[in-house]
Design a protein around this ligand. Structure first.
Ligand code: NAI
Length: 396
């Protein structure tokens, strides 16, 4: 028996993907997987068009990711009447221009982090989307983690008591080798900040989500590797290096660490580094409260460590909660506990929230307002490092 008629009942959503790098892959996988993972979807994505900077990149990207058409002109993709949502997965400097064009064409916009190069641009993007009444989302995929969902639940239920400190680290050694080539991530006008915007933005989104608004920050930044070779390819982490050509000056931070005053009175620290030798890829948080504490390491994604002061003296210590179907959206993937999910699966959870928010005509969790909030913090962290003093973060 054919399922064709059943399938036709699901409305389609035309997707324009702007960029064909790592995040284009992750977003496309998310769209493609929502229906299989959750068993239903409010919209079935129609992979309408993919845009990239060169014909070669656009054609290869469209072919490998399964888009119907490709173009080298992102404006053409954004304005296409068959497109309902625009996914912005380009280097950071293009986010605002593409988003503003998409918003003015009445499209919903799903943009990668950091939302913009500075807070004023992020606010402009948020205001424009509000005025146009389109839905928006920023790619803070770590917020979707079942462990973070459980951490949020524990904190808001009061299980940890009053929250005293937040510690977040997102450190990796992808750029420890001085011959990692000079791609867009090292150039200020294309990327904005370095490790701070790339990695720290995720930790700020987690801090805001778990502990609440940030009142002020005190920061220090370092660029340890000051020059890098030209890339042989154009974009991305995977580019080769041209070791014969003159080296380029690195224009943003390799590592940034900052102290946080939360509006609630809690304190915190965040460390972001792309040159954390030996830390191949490490992301972790620790939240300490008056009645308990929790620890989470992204690479041990199946466990959340919980300490409660109410435990009897003979049971004192951290317990490991094996994440399972009771936590966040875990159950959509596995019917039993303890199986590690992957980062692309967090993206699927994010896309599920995106499609449902559009269908239900509500603000998605993690919209441009949240992206703007993170950008306000990012900007103050940079200012604090430059001026070597505490800087207040405006209330949003
Ligand atoms: P990438 O360098 O792999 O891909 C960027 C893509 O944009 C490339 O295909 C490039 O050719 C394309 N592009 C450049 N100029 C263009 C133009 N004028 N028109 C159309 N396409 C153009 O970068 P990646 O890693 O995919 O990062 C993209 C965005 O995603 C960045 O904002 C980054 O911060 C964010 N990101 C988010 C992650 C997350 O966990 N949420 C992880 C990695 C990146």
């Amino acid at each position: 028996m054919t399922l064709e008629n059943v399938s036709l009942n699901v409305p389609e959503l035309g997707v324009a993907m702007i960029g064909s790098g790592l995040m284009a892959k992750s977003h496309t996988m998310g769209y493609r997987n929502v229906e299989s993972v959750y068993g239903s979807t409010p919209y079935r994505p129609r992979f309408e068009v993919l845009a990239d900077a060169t014909a070669d990149l656009a054609r290869t990207g469209a072919e490998s990711l399964g888009y119907r058409r490709w173009t080298t002109d992102w404006r053409e993709a954004v304005r296409d009447p068959a497109v309902d949502v625009v996914d912005i997965v380009t280097p950071n400097f293009l986010h605002k221009e593409i988003a503003m064009e998409a918003i003015s064409a009445g499209k919903h916009v799903y943009c990668e982090k950091p939302l913009a190069l500075n807070a004023a641009d992020a606010k402009e993007m948020y205001d424009a989307a509000e005025a146009a009444g389109v839905k928006t989302l920023v790619g803070f995929n770590y917020l979707r983690n079942p462990a973070i969902a459980e951490a949020r639940r524990l904190i808001s239920s009061g299980a940890l008591g009053e929250i005293w400190t937040f510690t977040g680290r997102f450190v990796l050694d992808a750029c420890t080798d001085p011959d990692v080539p000079f791609t867009w991530r090292f150039e200020r006008k294309l990327s904005g900040s370095g490790a701070l915007g790339d990695l720290g933005a995720h930790m700020i989104s987690l801090a805001l989500s778990l502990v609440g608004p940030i009142a002020s920050v005190a920061s220090q930044s370092r660029t340890f590797i000051t020059t890098r070779p030209e890339p042989t390819g154009v974009f991305g982490y995977g580019s080769g290096a041209d070791l014969q050509a003159p080296r380029r000056e690195v224009e943003n931070d390799d590592a940034t660490t900052f102290l946080i005053d939360f509006a609630s009175g809690a304190s915190g620290t965040i460390e972001a580094s792309r040159v954390a030798t030996g830390r191949t890829w490490h992301q972790s948080i620790e939240v300490i409260g008056s009645k308990g504490a929790l620890q989470f390491v992204q690479q041990d994604i199946h466990t959340l460590r919980l300490y409660l002061t109410g435990d009897t003296a003979d049971r004192k210590g951290y317990r490991e909660i094996e994440l399972g179907p009771q936590h966040g959206d875990y159950g959509a993937f596995w019917p039993f506990a303890g199986v590690p999910l992957g980062v692309h699966e967090l993206k699927t959870i994010e896309v599920h929230e995106w499609l449902n928010a559009i269908a239900e005509n509500r603000t998605p969790d993690g919209d441009f307002r949240d992206g703007w909030h993170v950008s306000e913090v990012l900007e103050r962290v940079e200012q604090s490092a430059a001026e070597r003093r505490w800087i207040d973060v405006p209330t949003i």
